[in-house]
Design a protein around this ligand. Structure first.
Ligand code: AMP
Length: 220
């Protein structure tokens, strides 16, 4: 029998929410719980900037200003990733960020459906969380005293130099701009999945474990 055009994927989850809504924290837990691959476009772009690759050079100015990297660039990155990582479940974190990206993803998934989980958090809480967020310069792990997550002694224990820094785009003016971008460009993505009946809205306020319990319940 001929091989079907469709390519079998396991569970596909999209985690949506404003910057600072807790997507990365919940994504880590989801990946462990369901054995998924984790694709964070933000992490991927930051790694490209750190490497000084062509993608990094292109993305850096958009990222520093709090704007979005162009859709065709992002969709190219996702297409390459899916080609190199065939089969298996996957969790998208920070993608899709626009309706065009959501449409592009549906095409790239070739008939596999995706469930979108939206973490709802009020803007003021996002501002408080992002201003407090710190990242390990060696391993990229995220800490946040606003969520009660800080390493003992204030240094990461990953074995690198342990220094924690504030992302350039976690400064107040950029946070405001990122929130505006979320409301204007990413809310249509929620609408996209709502129309398809695959959107699960979850209250993102609370300790990470509490929120995770809600996320799991929403996925049943
Ligand atoms: P994040 O870590 O998800 O908050 O992403 C950090 C920055 O990377 C964003 O403010 C954007 O500039 C860029 N970025 C990440 N993911 C996307 C995406 N799916 N589309 C466009 N830009 C993105």
């Amino acid at each position: 029998m001929e091989r079907a055009e469709e390519e079998e994927r396991g569970m596909v989850i999209i985690i949506l929410g404003a910057p600072g809504a807790g997507k990365g924290t919940q994504a880590e837990r989801l990946v462990k719980e369901y054995g998924l691959r984790h694709l964070s476009t933000g992490d991927l772009l930051r790694a490209a900037v750190a490497d000084g690759s062509q993608l990094g050079k292109l993305a850096q100015s958009y990222m520093n200003s709090g704007g979005l990297v162009p859709d065709d660039v992002i969709l190219g990155v996702i297409r390459d990733y899916l080609e190199q990582n065939k089969g298996g479940g996957i969790l998208f974190d920070g993608f899709p960020r626009t309706a065009v990206q959501a449409d592009g993803l549906a095409r790239l998934l070739k008939g596999n459906s995706a469930t979108a989980v939206m973490l709802a958090v009020p803007d003021q809480l996002v501002i408080d969380r992002l201003s407090a967020r710190r990242v390990c310069r060696s391993c990229g792990r995220v800490y946040n005293p606003a969520l009660g997550i800080m390493p003992p002694g204030g240094r990461c224990e990953c074995g690198g130099d342990g220094e924690l820094y504030q992302r350039d785009d976690d400064r107040p003016e950029t946070i405001r701009r990122r929130l505006e971008v979320f409301h204007s460009q990413t809310e249509p993505v929620l609408e996209y999945y709502r129309r398809q009946g695959t959107l699960r809205e979850v209250d993102g306020v609370g300790a990470p474990d509490e929120v995770f319990a809600r996320v799991k319940k929403a996925l049943v």
